[in-house]
Ligand binder design. Structure first.
Ligand SMILES: [Zn+2]
Ligand SMILES: [Zn+2]
Length: 151
């Protein structure tokens, strides 16, 4: 039996969650999932050029776990661009520290704290809002996770 995986902390939900090569019929494409913890590893180490030890701390995991995670993520990325798969960002044993809300009417996106809830777009007043963390099935669980891990 394997040990239960430690939950990983992710800054906020990704703004884009699916990608595919141009010019192919959807039917022919194999699907590939990049988990949210793998996405976060790429964001920290490759996009923000963070040291592995620092990135590991940010996610609440050990440095060696982080190194395995980033290797797995890069491997998937290489498959995506070389084999031309359809990529989805989903899953992973994570919780978010922050959230993003997108207005369906004006397109405005705004960062909020995970414990906040908005009913109205601060830019246009619309109530047609998309909760990005909620789209991944997160929200309440993240608030609980961060209360448990605080102090
Ligand atoms: Zn709006
Ligand atoms: Zn959560």
């Amino acid at each position: 039996m394997s040990r239960p995986q430690k939950e990983r902390s992710v800054f906020r939900p990704p703004l884009f969650t699916s990608f595919k090569p141009v010019g192919f019929r959807r039917l022919k494409l194999e699907q590939l999932s990049l988990n949210l913890d793998e996405f976060e590893a790429i964001r920290l180490a490759d996009y923000l050029n963070m040291e592995h030890s620092e990135a590991a701390e940010e996610m609440g995991i050990s440095r060696s776990t982080f190194t395995r995670l980033i290797e797995k993520a890069r491997k998937k990325f290489s498959e995506f661009i070389i084999e031309g798969k359809e990529l989805f960002i989903e899953g992973g044993n994570i919780h978010f520290r922050g959230n993003v809300i997108r207005c369906q009417d004006c397109g405005h996106m705004f960062n909020i704290k995970i414990e906040q809830q908005f009913n109205e777009c601060p830019s246009c007043g619309s109530q047609h809002l998309v909760d990005l963390a909620g789209g991944f099935g997160h929200g309440k669980c993240c608030r609980g996770f961060h209360n448990r891990n605080r102090g």
